[in-house]
Design a protein around this ligand. Structure first.
Ligand code: ADP
Ligand code: MG
Length: 286
């Protein structure tokens, strides 16, 4: 599957422009991390991809076919977890997944539903009403419904919100396994969620793409722009965005990014997080 997003803009009825002439190609299989601060336009882009919203201008093509025409075929092979996913509180986990499987038109879904319940570690809660579940368990029900029917396109909007660190690791592995045969698009503002599992990263901010490429390429952008320094020495230096502060016996040691590193800064190898912060801090020029 290949999805081409061409010059897509989206302005909401109240006049807010959420996406500005955005172009992007997504190809399966693979796992793509969509990164960006709150309000960047991640959810809007995902809603456009699942045809829940229509772009104000521009085109989205699925395997060459305009999304308006491919909508039915796309939805048959789509799993989507919206950011604000309402659950049916009075249903049990199994009843809810049964219902979602029926909506997806799955035939004889019982064994498949059980397999998914086990995949998301909810076997003990299969007969529990959704109302009684914790935030993390509810999020896992949301992930489970997206996995129904083993879709070839999986779109997860901030799927790790509410999960504890152990669950986050579990799901990272699960998403990356799904990405062996499918196209998985996952939005987050947590770098650890995409580090080491996504083969491609897209960073958006203000409705525009700041970066699209591999994690290594993103790290490369920050090369020469990251370093550590003593807070007292750099107090009056301009242009440093502090990304970490460590209290030591000798004072506060900081890590920061800057377009031009001041002389007091000791250059360091950038991490993915440094690169992301450098990119979204607006320090990148040219
Ligand atoms: P993200 O998911 O990256 O946090 P969103 O796509 O939700 O970003 O939002 C992008 C921008 O569009 C934000 O400024 C947000 O306030 C605005 N926005 C989102 N949904 C609506 C809506 N239904 N009506 C008007 N503005 C919206
Ligand atoms: Mg969002």
């Amino acid at each position: 599957m290949e999805i081409n997003i061409e010059n897509v803009s989206m302005t909401y009825p109240d006049g807010k422009q959420a996406l500005k002439s955005l172009s992007l190609n997504l190809r399966s299989p693979g796992m793509i991390g969509l990164l960006g601060p709150n309000g960047a336009g991640k959810s809007t882009l995902m809603k456009l991809l699942v045809a829940a919203l229509l772009p104000t201008s521009g085109a989205i093509r699925v395997d060459g076919v305009p999304l308006e025409k491919a909508e039915r075929e796309l939805k048959a092979q789509l799993g989507y977890l919206p950011q604000d996913f309402g659950l049916f509180d009075e249903l049990t986990v199994t009843e809810f997944l049964d219902y979602m499987a029926a909506l997806k038109g799955l035939k004889n879904p019982k064994a498949h539903i059980w397999e998914i319940i086990r995949t998301v570690n909810l076997a003990e809660k299969a007969k529990a009403k959704i109302r009684t579940l914790s935030g993390g368990q509810r999020q896992r029900v949301g992930i489970a419904q997206a996995l129904l029917g083993t879709p070839s396109l999986l779109i997860f909007d901030e799927p790790t919100v509410g999960l504890d660190p152990e669950e986050r690791i579990h799901f990272r592995n699960l998403f990356s396994r799904a990405a062996q045969n499918s196209l998985v698009l996952l939005s987050t503002h947590i770098i650890e969620d995409v580090q080491s599992v996504c083969d491609h990263l897209v960073v958006i901010d203000g409705g525009a793409i700041l970066f699209a490429g591999t994690p290594e390429q993103l790290i490369g952008i920050a090369a020469g722009h990251v370093g550590t320094f003593w807070e007292k020495e750099a107090a009056r230096e301009q242009g440093l965005m502090i990304t970490a502060r460590i209290n030591t016996g000798q004072g506060v040691r900081c890590r920061g990014v800057a377009d031009r590193l001041p002389a007091c800064v000791k250059p360091e190898e950038p991490t993915l997080e440094d690169a992301y912060l450098y990119l979204t801090s607006g320090e990148v020029t040219g």
